[in-house]
Design a protein around this ligand. Sequence first.
Ligand code: ADP
Ligand code: MG
Ligand code: MG
Length: 516
Amino acid sequence: MASLTSGAFPPPLKETEKNALVEVVKDWAIANGLAVRSPPTVVPAETDPAGITAVNVPVTLFPSPFPKKCFEQGQAVQQTYNELYAAVSRDEAFLEQTVKEVIDGDDFIRNLWDVHLKVKAEGYTQPLSLGLFRSDYMVHQDSSVSPPSVQAKQVEFNTIAASFGGLSAYTSKLHKFLADTEYPLLQNALAPNSLNLPDNQSIQGLAGGIQAAFHAYPKSELGHAKCVIFLVQGGERNIFDQRHLEYQVTQSSPTIPVFRLAIADILKHTTLADTPKRQLLYHLPRDPSKVFEVAVIYMRSGYHTNDYPDQTAWDARYHLERSGAIKCPSILTQLAGTKKVQQVLATPRPSSTPSILSKFIDDSTPAAAELWKTFTNIYPMDTSEAGLEARRKAQDPELCKAYVLKPQREGGGNNIYRSAIPEFLKTLPESHWSAYILMELIVPPPVSNIILRNGHLEEGGIICELGIYGTCLWNQGTGEILHNKGAGYLLRSKGDQSEEGGVAAGYGCMDSVSLV
Ligand code: ADP
Ligand code: MG
Ligand code: MG
């Protein structure tokens, strides 16, 4: 496969140059909060019982070359993606249909759907819905044409807890700093203008979405101050990513109060007002006489089965869903982000019938045509004709090598890759197979870089995944869109021998793009 760069990249470095770069990155990262709380493998809990230490997040020493065309494609389609997923969230019948296809083999999705049905029966009281989305892509290279053409292909679309927007803006800044100060000093110097480093406004962009929802929420009729809640997991290590957003959200005039609430503590620290609007009230734990009305609940948890250890946890999610707070996301929006929905959206129909996209957006626009091009082949694992064909490929020891099998889960570590698929299917009752989708693997062109992880350098081939953030605030009843914007980007890279790429899950690292 053709490389993305003409010269050697990254430039060959002397040992002394590597050491100098490591020194600079180590300090810049901590000085700027490009950090995570120390993993126990690096700083054992007994050495740091108060949990005060932090280490820099794994990061590349150089920005990775990334095709400008693909970067621009991702940016160009984001607002259309926002609109599409807002419309999918509003189409309860469509979501019911897709949910039905997976719930036999998936209790988590069934529980989410049941919470929605319960709230629907008594009536939702908040018409506004907020999405902080991230659409993830890899570069697909078509080498059959000369010169090879590239195309951004969507890996997945995240509608809940899309993370790393806080750290990614700082990764872009780190690489910009190195380009100004360090790369020109190398023996094989990179001139500052030899890199094309786009601005990354992910923090302002994502915080802007939360602020828009906060301001759209009316003044409290109950006489309380309004606030924003970040609903988090206990023991979160990727906390500075969240803090960067939080600090930016507060920066409004007047200041917006933001509180962090662990998902396990919802019922302990919040109540619902006994009014038709069921306002969500937050009681400050250190002084319960101080009560705030929650305008926006931003979820950085709630997407994983571990977040729901018992029925009380589901009761707590129900409590939030039936409240008058603006949810980011609502359960319907969370369900719109399943891989099953992505598969249905990406499935072409016979040319005589309109595309499924036309159900949700005007599919005749150039932006919709570009969006369509970002889809890759994804198949159902059900008993339809396409599903049976996918089942055959998934069980074939040779054909399976081109695919990844995905359940309806988020947060990394859930997929089954290539040759592991047939064995995995044998462990599952066939009646549960339709809870999965089969997706063609995207094989991006080779890129090399150097990763600094826990003080050690890892050099070699990497695979890059681009995430484009977007924010959308809409009226679930009328469909009116009050806010729809792109919100910066994320580049995550992983060693080319690794299947999964999650930074938090320990497989990947932060990176930024140098457009080529
Ligand atoms: P999650 O919601 O858990 O993040 P993803 O669909 O993003 O699930 O899959 C996790 C990782 O698996 C991705 O970050 C990527 O590294 C890899 N992956 C997923 N789908 C594909 C694909 N079609 N081609 C290549 N790699 C993929
Ligand atoms: Mg992902
Ligand atoms: Mg995901």
